[in-house]
Design a protein. Structure first.
Length: 222
């Protein structure tokens, strides 16, 4: 009970951080929201993985300001974009409305989704795993809501990167399981324990002038 209570406390503090309207997520270059190279890397890899699925139904969990949701909707996917911060997601809603891109938006906790089992062809997330108080529970939920043959596709926080401390400060950052990143093998184990097969790691990298490197992990539900 004490552990669950502390997790709830952590989650509330994290949510407060993301709900702060003064946070300019898109304006920080490290987030890569405005990088055409970053968009191309994600577009190419997701297109490859979902090439056999016609107009796939995709859940973008932790959509934030809508990087993946907008990208994938333009590619012809049926997108549900979810986040627990309405402040962050409102920016995505405004972008979608301005561009006249059809996206369903929903307020959701990544660790406790309200969607029925087998609702989606894929769950995607970007810059989300490291923010979670219980990433293993979240991955299990993501697996639950995808159909057999569906994919979970997400990036991995690099070890030693300390995203937790950089965003939330030492106290919260130190308590997040992936606040200081993770070895890829650790996330592979989490994916397999959640019920995914053919779990793979892919380094998405562009050596051009705007160098971007992202470690991607994905697995299929049998």
């Amino acid at each position: 009970m004490k552990f669950d209570s502390r997790q709830s406390e952590l989650k509330n503090k994290i949510k407060e951080w993301w709900d702060d309207p003064t946070k300019d997520y898109d304006g920080f270059i490290g987030h890569g929201v405005n990088s055409e190279i970053e968009k191309e890397l994600w577009r190419n890899e997701i297109s490859r993985l979902l090439r056999h699925k016609q107009n796939p139904k995709i859940l973008d969990i932790g959509t934030g300001t809508g990087f993946l949701a907008l990208l994938l909707a333009v590619m012809g996917s049926e997108i549900t974009a979810a986040d627990w911060s309405m402040t962050m997601m409102q920016k995505a809603i405004e972008k979608a409305k301005h561009a006249q891109i059809p996206i369903q938006f929903a307020v959701q906790d990544a660790e406790n989704l309200t969607f029925p089992d087998a609702s989606f062809d894929a769950v995607v997330s970007r810059h989300v795993l490291w923010t979670l108080a219980n990433p293993s529970k979240a991955v299990s939920e993501w697996v639950r809501v995808i159909k057999p043959g569906g994919f979970v596709i997400t990036d991995i926080p690099r070890i030693g990167y300390n995203s937790g401390k950089h965003h939330y400060g030492d106290e919260i950052g130190e308590e997040l399981p992936l606040g200081n990143g993770a070895e890829p093998e650790e996330i592979v184990t989490t994916f397999k324990e959640a019920g995914l097969s053919d779990v793979n790691i892919k380094i998405m990298e562009n050596q051009g002038e705007q160098h971007r490197k992202t470690i991607l992990i994905y697995g299929e539900k049998r």
